[in-house]
Design a protein around this ligand. Structure first.
Ligand code: ARG
Length: 623
């Protein structure tokens, strides 16, 4: 815009000067000297304007500058300065998607190290990077440079999942969290992330007051002799009844909570005894489902909760509300209660403390919470409060609640036993085992397999089906639990996929081609994909990384199940129309092996195996 004005002015000045040069237009020659003077002044002004136009133009091209290109120039200069003799040094500057590690990155050091190595010079890429850094010329773009470690930074993920409550039952909601959370961990692990699997058990609530009070009454010598409280459920019910009915007991229960939270040894002992009973029960479930998880319950954050409340108070973010201390976060209707009117902490306080610990002590880059969607608001407010106080920036750190729907029975009502009780998880898993054995026997597998193989198949099918049924549905939706459906070996079920997998695996075995031969063939055989079913299978196989990438973004594991099912059916189409092995009709002897097709079988099996692994399903070689 300014350029336009200047240009216009130059234009009119030039015209004026031209007209002054013309003596006819002057009339009076006596004024000629004065006009010459005027002319000189105007010329002078014209030159100033021309110069400022030039400057303006160069400013303009600067703001329109290509940053990437300019950075290339800067780094190119640095490299030339440091290694004047190096011909065509590799120069690569790229924008960095992860703003955390800078906005742009220069990737030359690695490539230069390789280049120098090929010339017999051994230089450490880090030294090269340092030398580039030292030679960066003065420039208008770079605020700060840092040398990144070799390769990629390994991102640290915390997955908070399973997380049942001590002394209360672990229900189907926790089963969902366990299955989904474990699979997310497996995906991150496979993709090279450093994963911390945390079991945020509810082990610090007020319920421990009444449990310990009841423990003291029923087993006065609990400190020396381990009390038989195997049925903790019943024990819980008894103490709850007393808590509701006996005023004295209630009072004592509250005193017990205070003693416990101040970590009085006798109370800690009672608390540990109770936690151990639950822990053993939970572990049985984890063993069945092959779940690795570290217990780090709410109690772990006791001291940290004190500090967190202080931090919020110091920043003036706490309000009083009828004796409670509450925190409002921007955009959130509901406040967090950080201290109750009796001085106790809440689920909100422990989650704030846990989030802080994960961000600052664990230095997590990604934190995922796997619970039912009902807790969505709770996490939303906790995350908003953490951002408000400045603990993390969502553009840099990914903190996310991965919610899931409720588990329904086949009657589409809340999942219950026939008598209306909540289903005990171990009973559920046992029933799965029984039903999968029935199924195997129905198919006469007990006549073909050894006892050991049969038991292995039984476990693989039972637990694989329970997991797959959960994972193959969009977690956001409610999900109907049905043994009949999950054990069906037709359709998108684990049973179908496990059978398909053993079949694919057996193709090579039946053709007597071992692993070594396959590996050799993989190096020397061209896989041409001439048949359209081969082409279709090939296209399906190479989609695997895309699928995983997508799940990394949306944490929806059913996409992987859908993909594996598609892969299995695409494979079947291929296998039905393309001979892998050709046999003599009379003798049944193998006369020809189409090696490239054997390789397609092998690739399919490898991807299925990896897929099962991510889903936490353990396939068997014979079933
Ligand atoms: N114990 C809770 C429950 O049973 C789940 C805990 C989830 N994790 C968390 N950090 N809040 O509902």
């Amino acid at each position: 815009c300014r350029n336009g004005f200047i240009e216009q002015e130059i234009h009119s000045l030039t015209a004026e000067i031209e007209s002054l040069k013309n003596p006819q237009s002057l009339g009076l020659s006596s004024h000629l000297d004065g006009l010459r003077e005027e002319n000189a002044k105007l010329k002078y002004r014209l030159n100033i304007l021309k110069r400022s136009l030039q400057e303006e133009r160069s400013q303009c091209s600067k703001t329109m500058m290509n940053i990437n290109q300019r950075l290339q120039e800067i780094f190119g200069e640095a490299i030339r300065e440091a290694w004047p003799d190096l011909e065509n040094p590799p120069l690569a500057v790229t924008p960095n998607q992860q703003a955390k590690f800078g906005d742009y990155q220069c990737n030359s050091a690695m490539a230069m190290a390789q280049m120098m190595k090929s010339k017999g010079l051994k230089v450490n890429p880090r030294e090269i990077a340092e030398k580039i850094q030292q030679n960066i010329p003065d420039n208008e773009l770079i605020e700060k440079t840092e040398i990144a470690g070799p390769g990629f930074k390994i991102l640290h993920v915390v997955v908070d999942f399973s997380s049942p409550n001590i002394a209360k039952e672990m229900h189907v909601g926790h089963l969902r969290s366990t299955i989904i959370g474990d699979s997310m961990c497996r995906l991150f692990e496979f993709l090279g992330y450093d994963v911390l699997r945390l079991n945020h058990v509810g082990d610090w609530g007020t319920q421990f007051g009444m449990l310990i009070a009841h423990l003291q009454d029923k087993f006065p010598n609990y400190l020396t002799v381990s009390p038989p409280i195997g049925d903790l459920q019943a024990f819980y019910k008894e103490s709850k009844k007393r808590f509701d009915e006996e005023e004295d007991f209630k009072k004592r229960a509250y005193q017990c909570v205070v003693k416990l939270q101040s970590k009085d040894p006798a109370f800690i002992k009672g608390w540990n005894l109770i936690c151990d009973v639950s822990r053993n029960e939970f572990q049985k479930v984890y063993n069945c489902l092959d779940i690795q998880i570290i217990e780090r319950g709410e109690s772990f954050y006791q001291e940290k909760m004190i500090a967190v409340v202080k931090e919020f108070e110091a920043k003036g973010l706490v309000e009083m509300d009828e004796g409670r201390k509450i925190v409002f976060a921007p955009g959130q209707q509901i406040p967090l209660t950080v201290v109750k009117s009796d001085g106790g902490y809440t689920y909100d306080t422990s989650d704030l403390a846990a989030l802080r610990q994960r961000l600052f002590d664990e230095k997590a880059d990604i934190i995922i919470y796997v619970t039912d969607s009902g807790q969505g608001t709770h996490f939303q407010v906790v995350f908003a409060a953490a951002q408000m106080i400045g603990w993390y920036d969502p553009k840099v750190t990914r903190v996310e609640h991965a919610g899931f729907g409720v588990v329904l029975g086949e009657d589409k009502k809340k999942f219950k036993t026939r008598s209306g009780d909540t289903v005990r998880l171990m009973d559920l898993l046992d029933e799965g085992l029984k039903r999968s054995m029935d199924k195997l026997k129905e198919k006469d597998r007990d006549k073909v397999l050894s006892t050991e193989e049969l038991t292995k198949a039984q476990h693989s099918v039972a637990f694989g089906c329970i997991k797959y049924a959960d994972l193959s549905h969009n977690r956001i939706n409610d999900y109907v639990f049905s043994f009949d459906k999950m054990l069906d070996d037709r359709g998108n079920t684990a049973a179908y996929l496990l059978y398909a997998f053993t079949r694919i695996r057996s193709i090579a075995r039946l053709a007597n081609i071992d692993e070594v031969a396959l590996r050799k063939a993989a190096e020397t055989t061209d896989v041409l994909l001439q048949h359209d079913k081969e082409w279709k299978l090939g296209k399906c196989l190479i989609r695997f990384p895309e699928i995983l990438q997508k799940i990394l973004d949306d944490l929806l594991l059913h996409t992987l199940c859908d993909y594996l099912y598609e892969l299995a059916t695409t494979f079947t189409e291929f296998y039905d129309s393309c001979y892998c092995i050709e046999k003599d009709r009379q003798t049944g002897e193998v006369v020809k092996v189409n090696m490239w097709r054997m390789l397609l079988c092998d690739a399919t099996a490898a991807i299925m195996a990896k897929g099962f692994d991510i889903l936490g399903i353990n396939p068997v070689s014979r079933m």
